[in-house]
Design a protein around this ligand. Structure first.
Ligand code: IMP
Ligand code: MG
Length: 209
């Protein structure tokens, strides 16, 4: 089973005032649950594990937009750094796909797929909650008969709604709370926030569609 850094259910996060957050979101967040520096440190290690496991295989790195874009960019940077500083390196190309399954703070049954022309190999994802989005994408990817598909997700939520699906690489396992920041959104807001934060109940009402 993939190793992960566990953020426990009783973790209330860090006080907002201890970190820099945009003024326009100050009232909307309960706390900082994963500071940007910790995200980067964990991502650096995921990059090392991936390069170790991939050997010299060529990877098509597929970014799942929009929520995965920050994680994907940082993960690629760390893989690039390893590639340019060691005797072994992993050739990479990148592709992007856009998925949409969420409305307000609820996962919907309908997963929409937009874009992506060369679907294969390593898929980089923001968060797995029920696992439904990822299972839909995997069915689609497997139709292209790739040699191998590995999924890297920054976050996996501990929730009774989970289908049981687990990615191949996991950054953090997080409590069943709605998280925003580092490209994770609530109705498109909060992507412009560096840290992963717990969204307040009042913000769920304020930004509801
Ligand atoms: P699943 O299909 O239930 O696994 O949901 C995964 C998708 O739902 C993710 O790609 C996100 O877009 C969205 N999502 C689930 N939980 C959260 C959250 O806590 N914050 C932001 N988006 C979330
Ligand atoms: Mg979203």
């Amino acid at each position: 089973m993939a190793a992960f850094l566990e953020i426990s259910d009783d973790c209330r996060g860090h006080e907002l005032g201890l970190f820099c957050v945009p003024k326009h979101y100050e009232e909307d967040l309960d706390s900082v649950i994963i500071p940007n520096g910790l995200i980067k440190d964990r991502t650096e290690r995921l990059a090392r594990d991936i390069v170790r496991d991939m050997g010299g295989h060529h990877i098509v790195a597929l970014c799942v937009l929009k929520g995965g874009y920050k994680f994907f960019a940082d993960l690629m940077d760390y893989i690039k750094t390893l590639n340019q500083n060691s005797d072994r390196s992993v050739p990479m190309t990148v592709d992007f796909i856009r998925l949409k399954s969420y409305s307000n703070d609820q996962s919907t049954n309908c997963v929409k797929v937009i874009g992506g022309d060369e679907l294969s190999a390593l898929s980089g994802k923001d968060i797995v909650e029920t696992g439904r989005t990822m299972e839909t994408l995997l069915t689609l990817l497997n139709e292209c008969r790739p040699k191998m598909v590995k999924v890297v997700s920054l976050l996996v939520k501990r929730t009774p709604r989970s289908s049981g699906y687990r990615p191949d690489y996991i950054g953090f396992e997080v409590p069943d709370k709605f998280l925003v920041g580092y490209a994770l959104d609530y109705n498109e807001y909060f992507r412009d926030l560096s840290h992963i934060c717990i969204l307040s109940d009042s913000a769920k009402e304020k930004y509801k569609v």
